[in-house]
Design a protein around this ligand. Structure first.
Ligand code: DGY
Length: 337
């Protein structure tokens, strides 16, 4: 039978490896940019499988545009706040998959890099050199904050949170964490991590690193009140999703010296960045690079394509939700790493 798969990945040698020609037609986006809404709806029309990216909003409109033959949505990301899983679930015949685990190490590297960049003022230092601002080594020049013996507060000890904690531990940090559930005792023991309330974490951590998924519960989890709870010498790191932090409240807190600095890989309205952040020396800002290594993006693409192909072949996709998507009512059944 004739199938169509809409891939929104460009230049991917792996797509031809994973997708054998007997799968039917494969439409590959020719653009290395997000598709417009119209392009997305046109591309998915008649597709049996959609392999989509984190900026593609997959909702009723897109599912309707695809048509009733649609069998699987394979998101090339671990986070899936771009996907209306209820809209998928109510169709009853569409699988949903994401790409957990394969981007854990790359994203934790970026979280650790941001911890070092913010505490040691590396962005600021680089701007001095690049702007040819006169400088000279002196005892008190551009002093940062050492992290050895300091406390890292991990919000959400999933795979990425754990991998970040592992790195921070190697740098001599103590680990506390909060989240919906206490971690496995073996993980706590390995990381020397202590489960605390969210209040205690905010009030005591020297560095707060966010690793929870974005959903209705975590939207603006870090707002003006939460920022006030943090220590004035503490740093906030966000490598999960921008809307977990109220960006304007963060700008206000950084300006007022309520916290010492912030390292952000993600923004509330990507690719826009709150102009207030751009003026702040104590904000380190990078463009959603968490998973941006050749190896990791390849692994993510291959996994998403493998998920889609499995469903088209009538098999269970490797990183499927626990139950068939028709029974998927709770996002907690999908792995978040
Ligand atoms: C994800 O997979 O959720 C990452 O943010 C991609 O970079």
């Amino acid at each position: 039978f004739k199938q169509k798969t809409a891939y929104e990945i460009v230049d991917c040698d792996w797509s031809s490896d994973v997708c054998s020609s007997d799968l039917g037609d494969v439409w590959l986006s020719p653009h290395d940019r997000p598709l417009t809404r119209e392009e997305l709806c046109d591309a998915v029309a008649g597709a049996d499988a959609i392999v989509c990216l984190l900026h593609d909003r997959i909702d009723d409109e897109v599912l309707d545009a695809a048509g009733p033959q649609l069998k699987v949505i394979a998101n090339v990301a671990v986070g899936f706040n771009n996907v209306d899983t209820d809209a998928i679930a109510k169709r009853g015949t569409v699988w949903f998959t994401n790409t957990p685990a394969v981007l854990t190490e790359a994203t934790a590297d970026i979280a650790m890099a941001l911890i070092l960049m913010t505490t040691r003022r590396l962005g600021e230092g680089e701007r001095v050199i690049r702007s040819e601002t006169p400088w000279v080594w002196s005892m008190f020049y551009m002093l940062g904050t050492g992290i050895q013996g300091k406390t890292l507060g991990i919000v959400g000890l999933g795979l990425i949170g754990q991998a970040t904690a592992r790195r921070a531990k190697a740098f001599g940090m103590e680990i506390i964490y909060s989240g919906r559930r206490q971690a496995d005792p073996a993980i706590e023991a390995e990381l020397g991590a202590r489960y605390v309330s969210f209040d205690e974490l905010l009030e005591t951590a020297d560095v707060v690193s966010l690793h929870c998924p974005l959903n209705a519960e975590t939207q603006h989890l870090i707002d003006a009140d939460r920022l006030k709870q943090m220590r004035s010498d503490a740093f906030l790191i966000n490598t999960t999703r921008g809307p977990v932090v109220d960006e304007q409240a963060l700008v206000d807190a950084l300006r007022a010296g309520e916290i010492a600095g912030a390292g952000l890989d993600v923004f509330e309205e990507e690719p826009k960045v709150n102009p207030g952040l751009l003026e702040l020396e104590n904000a380190v800002l990078i463009p959603h690079l968490g998973s941006a290594t050749i190896e990791t993006r390849t692994a993510m693409g291959v996994l998403a394509a493998t998920n889609a192909v499995a469903v088209l072949n009538g098999e269970q996709p490797p990183t499927r939700s626990e139950e068939h998507t028709s029974e998927l009512q709770s996002q907690s059944t999908i792995s978040y790493a």
